[in-house]
Design a binder for this molecule. Structure first.
Ligand code: IPE
Ligand code: IPE
Ligand code: MG
Length: 246
């Protein structure tokens, strides 16, 4: 049963952009004597619930960290399991996302994924392109440093081809070349599982995001935990370095 939304959350508009470092699948499984695999599988259910809840609340963009550039360094068995899971999710969830009017964008270096997965990723994004509800962004083989380097490469190429004067490069122009250029600024960044670090997730994009860390392991993260994070967000005083009494 979906828990009732706290009145304070109902009154205030939902954050426009929520980003989540979905961490703790392995520990969730290990604490139950299960293989890490089942933690990742159970994590997909949390993704489904979070997407639905965000769509219902009118969140504009939800960005999920699914696989970091550094996750390639895990044992090959776990990496191929995660790749297979990604393929299965793309296969199984696109119809449900469509029903919920969700648009899909996958960011990161997809070239390491099997061709079948890359094709399906392109297809799923195309199939959901016309939707007008939640923008779901999945970061796969992604890192914040990679994103900044990619933006720098694009800008350097434009300058080399004399399409951009290096003296005109400013924050706005730089931002236009990053993966999240088309989406509103990240309002709220959540990390589950008690780790208090960014692990190379969004870097450029979280300059003024509100950060929320909770101990809940990702497979246990449900609508109640998301509502708590949003409640905490609503209690923040966002000053952006300025003063209200100016
Ligand atoms: C997060 O869970 C999922 C991915 C990184 C793909 P972990 O697999 O990192 O789980 P823990 O942190 O080991 O518990
Ligand atoms: C970050 O979690 C990556 C994802 C959640 C996809 P990790 O579990 O890989 O991060 P570290 O190793 O604890 O920093
Ligand atoms: Mg982890």
């Amino acid at each position: 049963m979906t828990p009732a939304i706290e009145p304070s959350i109902k009154r205030k508009p939902a954050p426009k952009h929520i980003a989540i470092i979905m961490d703790g699948n392995g520990r969730w499984a290990q604490s139950r004597g299960l293989p890490r695999t089942s933690g990742h599988q159970r994590g997909v259910i949390s993704v489904r619930n979070t997407v639905k809840h965000c769509a219902k609340m009118g969140v504009n963009t939800l960005t999920l960290f699914a696989f970091s550039s550094e996750n390639k360094n895990r044992p090959s068995q776990e990496v191929s399991l995660l790749f297979n899971l990604f393929l299965t999710v793309l296969n199984n969830e696109t119809k449900k996302l469509n029903k919920n009017n969700v648009r899909l964008k996958i960011i990161g270096d997809l070239s390491i994924f099997p061709e079948k997965t890359q094709k399906l990723a392109v297809q799923a994004q195309q199939d959901l392109q016309q939707n007008t509800g939640l923008n779901l962004v999945i970061a796969a083989n992604y890192s914040g440093q990679w994103d900044i380097v990619e933006a720098a490469k694009k800008i350097a190429n434009k300058s080399a081809n004399e399409k951009l004067n290096p003296n005109d490069i400013d924050n706005k122009i730089f931002e236009k070349h990053t993966s999240l250029a088309k989406y509103p600024p990240v309002d709220l960044l959540i990390r589950t599982s008690g780790e208090i670090r960014l692990s190379n997730f969004l870097l450029w994009d979280i300059a003024y995001s509100e950060l929320y860390f909770c101990n809940t392991l990702w497979p246990d993260f449900g609508t109640k935990e998301l509502d708590l994070a949003i409640e905490s967000f609503h209690a923040r005083d966002r000053r952006y370095g300025a003063r209200k009494d100016k």
